[in-house]
Design a binder for this molecule. Sequence first.
Ligand code: F6R
Length: 365
Amino acid sequence: DKGNHRHFMEKEVYEQPEVISHALGHYVDFASHTVKIETGAIDFANVSSLAISACGTAFLAGSVGKYWFERYARLPVEIDVASEFRYREMPLSPSQAALFISQSGETADTLASLRYCKDNGLKIGAVVNATESTIAREADAIFPILAGPEIGVASTKAFTCQLAVLASLAIGAGRARGTLDAADEKELVRHLTEMPRIMSQVLNLIQPQMESLARDLSKCKDVLYIGRGTSYPLAMEGALKLKEISYIHAEGYAAGELKHGPIALIDENMPVIVIAPHDRFFEKTVSNMQEVAARGGRIIFITDGKGAAASKLPTMATIVLPVVDEIISPMIFSLPIQLLAYHTAVFMGTDVDQPRNLAKSVTVE
Ligand code: F6R
């Protein structure tokens, strides 16, 4: 049932405040602002490193998670797409732990990577939506994302719920490893608990602007997304979402990579979507924006109030989100990315919930 939405995808985008709140309720204590994770078989305090593997959007959630585990828990992370991971013959040791992220819990390459790690004696964690799935069954510890059924082929609420779970796990790992003290934990969890409310506010705020921007995007053949830090995997997720449902060619790049190749593509016909909250990387990303502007490129600037005030560069559009803590910005900045892809696809008249050539669950390699 789509309720009063035109597509499941739209319904699932708007469900996010509710499902994230539900998912967080499982991992954090809203009153004491502490994580309450049962990490079960995974001893985060003593593991030497974490291997993460997944496909598509789940891989990009894991790529955001890498920044969190490394920053908050000082836990080195090795991440790869499952179709490479399973065949790389990477050396592993039982002192490491492994995390597999899958909405369906049935993705063939992710399952094969899991079995490779299991054969090498690693303890396995599964971040899944389908808790009765094969990946969940074969794991030592299950971390449900509690997103509820996701019908739209393009993943939306599963992505942000995966992020919410990974953020909670990284904070829990930080506590276990002594890299976060009680005050740090409280502060980070407080930000997480504020997230559902901010998400609702943002969804209401940006909808009209996303619809009008979609008209402009629908005329483009190519779109570039750039970002730094956790906004880098988000740039790739933005590009993936757009190409999946609107069939417009899009690429996501680390902002610092622009001058190493893609800058050659820039002209007035290829908009550059810059994802840049006012964080530690902001000034660097603005200098990349400058390079785009100097070459006549059109910029769609997704930032926050502070970022909008700090940059004087002309843009095709500036999307201004509330200023939020770094730990929740990937979830908040996912919203304009999802809605921009959605409205562009709707405007172009594609089959949003069933994009061509794609299946919801990929059980063949
Ligand atoms: C993109 C998308 C896919 C899936 C990928 C993994 O919107 O939905 O990229 O994320 O096929 O699927 P799961 O998470 O079921 O393993």
